[in-house]
Design a protein around this ligand. Sequence first.
Ligand SMILES: [Zn+2]
Length: 248
Amino acid sequence: MTINPYVDATLLGPNTNRRDCHQEFAPSLRAWLTNLEYFADAYGAYGSLTKLVYDGMYVSHRTSPSFHNTGEAIDIKWFDWSSGTACRPCNADFDVSSSTSAYRRMVGVEASLRKYFGNVVSRGYRGTDPDTGEILPYVHADHFHADTGCPVSFSTGKESNQLFARDCIRAFTLDTTTGYLSTSATNPNQWTTAHQASLDALLASLSMDCFDIDTNISEYLIFLDYIMMHAFADRAAGHFRWSGAQDL
Ligand SMILES: [Zn+2]
């Protein structure tokens, strides 16, 4: 596995067969990591990726439905770059008000995952207790979960996508008026016309006014590339602009 040299085994959690993943999951994992390394090197605000810590792919003890049961999912806790900077989702205070650069790194990593894994959840996503049905806020507060259980796509109708879009808006336009997410476990997050207007403004700042990332997968993937470019160059939205249809 290409990924192993980056793993600091002393930081891995228990109950994890940490070298195993499904043979059909490995190519996605390798392609994602290669792409992340490329963007980190090419845009270079933080240097090269030097360490990645993950906390489980195949996890045999799980009883609830999960792609971890078949080794087709990964939980990632920690990224380090050669400049000494890191992305650690456990630092749940990511926001523009604390560290814009750290926030951008986190969103850039999530964008990279979203290019290769159809299902990605991060800090704000709420899980459900399989036994009681209770909603568990912030169950992914300390790691990114990524699996290949569905095709790569984007929809403002999906909570994890809403949260990612809000993070992109806040990290790169510094528009904090959209809020982040409901802190109430029982009050579902909403995607409002105000959120859509903020997302449209972000797209406009990237010269992607004509993009419809909800329905056009090619445009969504270009959008993710530009989020990564801004993230790993540590720039506000608009530093890089889509140059036109010839890029498609
Ligand atoms: Zn997971």
